[in-house]
Design a protein around this ligand. Structure first.
Ligand code: OAD
Length: 260
């Protein structure tokens, strides 16, 4: 199905039109998968993880904050970091890229949105078939018994405790070294293996197993597309790569394909 390999485009509103082949594939595609990463939320004002100047990980080592070992070593530090991120998300709104993906879902019969983001902005925008591979920062559960809780205090001297068993509460996100939710991962793999077009958007593509989904799609003959501010390790393997902001490219794409 792939006509052209490794065609890269620097996106610019004035200089570029989407390639005719690409528009044709998208227009006729009935099964589409989109994988998103932190870059999709960047234009909403949230920081990404690995971009040099403005990245969360530039200040903190991931293993110091986002792992079971880190939580065992210093639970309050980890709790406070997530509380700070949760606070940063409050008041943040989806951007035009999120809404363009809703428009896509409205027009494509089988549309699966797989996200590594824990910010919940896709659902906030109106996306329905969303697989949250890395959990959701707004949910909190007991680290011991797994009970979810709706209320807790962030300004306590120590990590809030579970009312059921007294264990420490933690965010319902996936930490380094933890398994992804099985049902979500299986659904993501299945959708990626059977889609006509696969998009990798705003992700550096270095965290597994999410990064491997593009290869699952490619090996099964789908057209693979990347939208990213910069080239990534995936760029040389895709059929079409558009470099620029997803909050600009996606709305223009929706307009070019469906006139919305
Ligand atoms: P990264 O921070 O690794 O990558 C963000 C990507 O978005 C980079 O490739 C940027 O070039 C790109 N980008 C930035 N702004 C953009 C924009 N406006 N439009 C398009 N692209 C833009 O974030 P992820 O790939 O999401 O996992 O990171 C994957 C996982 O690593 C996260 O889910 C998190 C982290 O460890 C866990 O916490 C388990």
């Amino acid at each position: 199905m792939c006509p052209i390999t490794n065609t890269n485009f620097s996106y610019s509103k004035t200089l570029m039109e989407f390639p005719v082949d690409f528009i044709r594939f998208l227009t006729s595609a009935t099964r589409v998968v989109v994988l998103t990463g932190a870059g999709v939320s960047q234009e909403s004002g949230l920081r990404t993880f690995r971009d040099a100047q403005d990245a969360l990980w530039a200040q903190y080592k991931p293993e110091d904050l986002a792992s079971p070992e880190a939580f065992a070593r210093d639970p309050k530090l980890v709790w406070d970091w997530y509380a700070w991120r949760r606070e940063a998300i409050k008041g943040v709104r989806p951007n035009p890229g999120h809404y363009a993906l809703v428009e896509m879902e409205n027009r494509i019969p089988a549309f699966t949105l797989i996200t590594q983001n824990v910010d919940g902005l896709h659902r906030f925008a109106g996306s329905r078939n969303v697989l949250e591979l890395h959990g959701n920062i707004q949910r909190v559960r007991c680290a011991e018994c797994g009970t979810f809780t709706e209320t807790w205090g962030d300004d306590t001297e120590s990590v809030p405790l579970c009312v059921v068993c007294g264990g420490m509460l933690r965010p319902d996100v996936i930490w380094f070294g933890e398994a992804l939710p099985r049902a979500e991962l299986e659904a993501a793999v299945k959708a990626s293996r059977s889609c006509h077009v696969y998009f990798s958007i705003g992700t550096s593509g270095v965290v597994q197993p999410a990064a491997s989904l593009a290869y699952a799609a490619r090996n099964n003959g789908s057209v693979v597309v990347e939208i990213n501010a910069e080239p990534t390790p995936l760029t040389s393997k895709v059929d079409f790569a558009f470099h620029g902001k997803s909050g600009e490219i996606l709305p223009d794409l929706a307009k070019a394909v469906w006139g919305v």
